[in-house]
Design a protein around this ligand. Structure first.
Ligand code: FES
Length: 247
């Protein structure tokens, strides 16, 4: 749940928007000095929202590449600094030292902005949380393509096959051939090296890198860290035993 599997999208950025929005709103109220009570309420809201935001972030961080984890660690340190400043700011405000509280909040906003910048770097430059299987269906002309003969596919053991620029996970079970994009939607791990398992009566593939579980029937996610489904391609068998795949 903390990865965001039920909503099909990473949960952390969603919660971070709420947290940062509350804290930035506090700065606006402080600058305009409209209502100190409203600023306190907004600050408390931001601090409360920071807890689930951090929990989701740590959960995502635990399944990243080393380079991403390095940036993620500095992102977390900046956030902890921001939250410490904001917590002290709230205490100051509650004890009547509003001016000091406001100063601490502005310092907190600086640290939170740095954390936000690093979060953007992680998401957009290092593609943490992005769907790594999104481009698959754009790299091959649409329509039916011959892939290989049925005879050359082993029974019950996934193999990799290349179609144009894309790698495909191919699994033969009897006369049925299942084809998914091979690069895991989480961080492009090689699914053909994964393990076949049965979850809730449905055959699934477990990614060898961070353990995401996808249904073989439609590529949907059973367990994260992946939140985006794995592209599942339609297949058919020609009369002369050629496995064909539709992109
Ligand atoms: S690459 Fe991370 S779960 Fe597949």
């Amino acid at each position: 749940m903390l990865h965001g599997v039920p909503i099909g999208h990473p949960l952390h950025p969603l919660l971070a928007t709420f947290t940062l929005g509350s804290l930035a709103g506090t700065a606006v109220l402080d600058l305009t000095s409209v209502d100190p009570r409203a600023a306190r309420v907004l600050l408390t809201t931001g601090l409360a929202a920071a807890l689930p935001t951090a929990a989701a972030g740590i959960t995502d961080w635990s399944s990243l590449h080393r380079e991403q984890q390095r940036v993620g660690f500095v992102h977390a340190v900046a956030n902890v600094t921001a939250l410490s400043l904001y917590t002290t700011s709230l205490l100051m405000r509650l004890t009547g030292r509003t001016r000091t509280g406001r100063t601490l909040s502005f310092l907190g906003l600086g640290a939170a902005s740095l954390a936000g910048y690093l979060g953007g770097h992680l998401a957009h430059r290092q593609a943490a949380g992005a769907n790594h299987a999104e481009s698959v269906t754009h790299l091959v002309p649409t329509g039916w393509h011959d892939l290989c003969t049925l005879r050359e596919l082993p029974h019950g053991r996934p193999v990799i096959r290349r179609l144009g620029y894309i790698d495909l996970f191919v699994l033969r079970l009897g006369e049925t051939v299942t084809i998914l994009a091979d690069g895991c939607s989480h961080l492009a791990g090689p699914l053909h090296q994964g393990r076949i398992a049965v979850e809730d009566g449905t055959p699934c593939i477990i990614c060898p890198w961070h353990g995401s579980v996808f249904r073989l029937t439609d590529g949907s996610v059973v367990h994260g860290p992946a939140t985006a489904p794995q592209p599942c391609l339609q297949t058919r068998l020609s009369e002369d035993g050629i496995v064909q795949v539709c992109v």
